[in-house]
Design a protein around this ligand. Structure first.
Ligand code: DAH
Length: 339
C-alpha cells in the first residue's frame, strides 16, 4: 500500500493543467467519491497493525498535497488573462480617492498667482510681532482703539510683544529690508481678540499688497485692483471705491465689487445694495514712508489688504466663517473641482 501511495503522490506532483476542466478531472480522480483516496481509506482496515500509523500519515499527506495542488492550479489559471477567464477588462477600475486643497489655500494661491502676473513678489513676516511693526510705524496714534486689549492679543509678560492683527506689519519689514522700487504681496495668518461667530474668528488670513516707486498714483492702485477683481471674480465684475480711513494710508478707501449673485440688482447676499465689500486700500501715508527712511518727496506708493476668508466667502457663497476651521470633510470635499 505504501508503494501505491508513493506512486499516486508522484503522479499528483507531475500533473499540470491547461483548463479548469482538467483540474476538475484531477480532483475527481483523487478526491471524488470513487477516487483514489476513498479507495485507500477503504483498504486501510486491511493494513497490518504495525504499519497503520505510517500508512495513515502518508494517506493524509497525499490528501493534503492534492488539495493544495488543486488550489495552486486554479489560482494560476485565473491569473492567466487569456483562456476561459470571464473578467471584463473594459470595466472602469474602482475609483481612486484623491484629496483636495483647503478653500483658503486655493484662494490664497490664486491671489498670489494673479499678483504674480503683475510682477509682485511674495514676502512674509513673523506672526508674533512687536508694537513698532504692527502699530507705531504704521502711524497708529497712541490712543488708537486697535491698540486696546479688546482687539489685540498681547503677550502678558511684555506688552510690547503681540500677535499681529494684520499683515500690514510685513509692509514695514519689507521697507526695512529691501531696496526700492518695491512690489510685493504678503499672505499670512492674523489674530484678533474676537468672539467666534459666523462672521468673526480670532484667527484668519490676509493678503497685504505694497507698491512703492517714483510716480505711483491712485490711478495705478485702482487699475491694479480692477485687474485683480476681474481675474478673481470674472470679467464682468465692476468695482467701486468708497472713501475710508486707515492710519497708514492717505487717502484711504474701501473697495466693493458688484454682487455676482444678482448682477448688481440687489439680493439678500449684498443686502439689496448690489455691492460687496472686499478690501481696504490707499496711498501709503508719507509718515509711514519717513518712519522707514524712504524719501516721501521722491517716492509714493499704494497699499491694500484683504481677508482671504472674505474673498473665499464671496467666491464660493460660504455663509459661515467657522466652516473654514472645522475641517469637516463634507465641506472640504466640495472644493475638489476648484483645485
Ligand atoms: N490692515 C487693514 C486691516 O487689517 C487692511 C488694510 C487696509 C491694509 C488698507 C492696507 C490698506 O494695506 O492700505 O483691516
Amino acid at each position: 500500500m505504501l508503494q501505491i501511495i508513493d506512486k499516486l503522490l508522484e503522479e499528483a506532483r507531475q500533473f499540470q493543467a491547461e483548463t479548469k476542466e482538467e483540474v476538475e478531472q484531477f480532483r475527481i480522480k483523487y478526491l471524488g467519491k470513487k477516487g483514489a483516496l476513498s479507495e485507500l481509506f477503504r483498504n486501510f482496515k486491511e493494513v497490518p497493525a504495525e504499519q497503520k500509523r505510517e500508512t495513515g500519515q502518508k494517506i493524509n499527506q497525499l490528501k493534503q498535497f492534492v488539495a493544495d495542488r488543486i488550489d495552486t492550479l486554479l489560482a494560476n489559471l485565473s491569473d492567466d488573462i487569456g483562456g476561459d477567464d470571464t473578467r471584463d477588462l473594459t470595466l472602469p477600475g474602482p475609483p481612486v480617492l484623491s484629496g483636495a486643497r483647503h478653500p483658503i489655500s486655493i484662494v490664497r494661491n490664486e491671489i498670489i498667482s494673479i499678483f504674480g502676473r503683475l510682477g509682485y513678489t511674495i514676502s512674509e513676516g513673523p506672526e508674533i510681532e512687536d508694537d513698532w511693526h504692527v502699530f507705531s510705524s504704521l502711524n497708529f496714534p497712541p490712543e488708537h482703539p486697535a491698540r486696546d486689549m479688546q482687539d489685540t492679543f498681547f503677550i502678558e509678560k511684555d506688552p510690547d510683544i503681540l500677535l499681529r492683527t494684520h499683515t500690514s506689519s510685513v509692509q514695514v519689514r519689507v521697507m526695512e529690508n529691501e531696496s526700492l522700487p518695491l512690489r510685493t504681496i504678503s499672505p499670512g495668518r492674523v489674530f484678533r481678540n474676537e468672539a467666534i461667530s459666523a462672521r468673526a474668528h480670532c484667527i484668519f488670513h490676509q493678503v497685504e499688497g505694497l507698491y512703492i516707486d517714483e510716480n505711483v498714483s491712485f490711478a495705478d492702485l485702482k487699475q491694479t485692483l480692477l485687474y485683480f477683481a476681474r481675474e478673481m471674480f470674472g470679467k464682468r465684475v465692476e468695482i467701486r471705491l468708497r472713501p475710508s480711513y486707515f492710519p497708514f494710508t492717505e487717502p484711504s478707501a474701501e473697495m466693493d465689487i458688484s454682487c455676482q449673485i444678482c448682477g448688481g440688482k440687489g439680493c439678500n447676499v449684498c443686502k439689496y445694495t448690489g455691492w460687496l465689500e472686499i478690501l481696504g486700500c490707499g496711498m501709503v501715508d508719507p509718515n509711514v514712508l519717513e518712519f522707514n527712511h524712504i524719501d516721501s518727496e521722491k517716492y509714493t506708493g499704494f497699499a491694500f489688504g484683504m481677508g482671504v476668508e472674505r474673498v473665499a466667502m464671496l467666491k464660493y457663497q460660504v455663509k459661515d466663517l467657522r466652516l473654514y476651521f472645522e475641517n469637516d470633510i463634507r465641506f472640504l470635499e466640495q472644493f475638489k473641482a476648484a483645485y
